[in-house]
Design a protein around this ligand. Sequence first.
Ligand SMILES: [Zn+2]
Length: 114
Amino acid sequence: MVQSASTSGIITGIIIVIVGIIFISFVRKIGKTQKKIKENISGYNAVKCPNCGNLTGTLNSLCPNCGSRLRNFSEKEEKELKDEEELREEQSIKDEIKRLEEKKQLEKDKGEIE
Ligand SMILES: [Zn+2]
């Protein structure tokens, strides 16, 4: 009777140890995954926008949220950025002209119908 009780005790102990090992390896696995995710994020080198606090990757030179500059620009980049801005401005003017022309045409068409 005493023998049996101690045997079941040992078995219970072994089970607890096995479950414990499985549990620990599981927790470690999660920890490793989390560490990997953290490493990936830090490898991505997120930068915080000085203007709005938005976090973004270093690949972005401008904040995608507010358009602030996230780093110092070289002369060449400054020029490229200026050209881009000018191009965008030009495009928006063109769009506005197109919109006005379409509006005019629409009013004209309306006037012809009436
Ligand atoms: Zn921003």
